[in-house]
Design a protein around this ligand. Structure first.
Ligand SMILES: [Zn+2]
Length: 285
């Protein structure tokens, strides 16, 4: 994760972090990355880990990523449960988001430090979060606006915990936007200026290309896409099968869904400007 986010942050391009739910979706995201020569982050929600198991996801990732020519990493999305983080780290995952945004500042700081110590000992990275990202995703979160932590305390949190990337509240939300979001570009710039660290953009689905590019230029090096993958997955199955009521070959339907997800992910990789960045020596980019 650090090898992927470091160059992205320094050179201000964004790496797509796609929430996958199966082998098909994981392979499609890795294929999109290979086709566009992009580094890529494969991430998985706690809900999916509970269904498939940390070990199986890690094995699936190791196998699929080993066939891919681009840098790829496996990340656990929003996890408030230290026991589950431990299970994933022991299974060999590369990175975790410890989401202690429901705790008060001091408890969050203390527990995040503990997770960073644990993860770094395994060579894994930690994404930290202080304020909840608005919206519900895979049964986690709330539609309430989070209370913002003053900038100084945010920067202290990043410094004291030693997290590898930071997900502040910047006006984005999980799910689909009902009205145009009010993005706080300046908050990203101020945090990055005070303590240069890769910022994570949550709630990517539904933002304009211009918003993505401005946020990436400000320091958002990891761009999360979850809702759009779910929409493309379900809609492409639905379209394919309803157009062919007599079709009963799952592999054909799966190939169609795979191709639709590849096209979606490729589009984001172009917009985030990660296309073409894989394969270049880390020091030269
Ligand atoms: Zn999120």
């Amino acid at each position: 994760m650090r090898e992927i986010l470091g160059p992205a942050f320094r050179h201000r391009y964004g790496v797509g972090a796609f929430n996958v739910v199966s082998d098909l979706t994981m392979a499609a995201v890795l294929d999109a990355a290979a086709q566009t020569k992009s580094p890529v982050i494969v991430q998985v929600s706690v809900k999916t880990v509970k269904i498939l198991g940390a070990r199986m996801i890690q094995l699936m990732f190791t196998e699929l990523a080993s066939r891919s020519p681009v840098p790829a990493t496996l990340h656990l999305d929003h996890c408030p449960d230290i026991a589950m983080i431990k299970i994933c780290l022991e299974a060999g995952w590369n990175s975790v988001l410890f989401d202690a945004s429901n705790l008060n500042y001091e408890d969050n700081l203390r527990q995040t430090k503990e997770v960073v110590r644990m993860a770094h000992a395994c060579g894994a990275a930690v994404e930290g979060e202080l304020e909840a990202v608005r919206g519900v995703e895979d049964g986690m979160g709330s539609d309430e606006m989070p209370e913002l932590v003053p900038l100084e305390k945010c920067v202290k949190f990043v410094e004291l915990t030693g997290i590898d990337s930071f997900a502040p509240s910047i006006g984005t939300a999980h799910g689909l936007y009902k009205t145009a979001p009010k993005i706080d570009f300046d908050r990203v710039r101020k945090i990055v200026k005070a303590h240069p660290t890769p910022i994570v953009l949550h709630g990517g689905t539904g933002l304009s290309n211009e918003t993505f590019q401005l946020l990436i230029a400000a320091g958002c090096a990891k761009v999360n896409i979850s809702t759009m993958l779910k929409i493309v997955y379900c809609d492409s199955y639905r379209e394919y099968l309803s157009a062919r009521p007599k079709e009963h070959d799952p592999l054909k339907a799966m190939a169609h869904v795979h191709d639709s997800i590849v096209a979606m992910a490729r589009g984001f990789m172009e917009v985030f400007d990660s296309a073409g960045k894989a394969g270049q020596p880390v020091n030269s980019i």
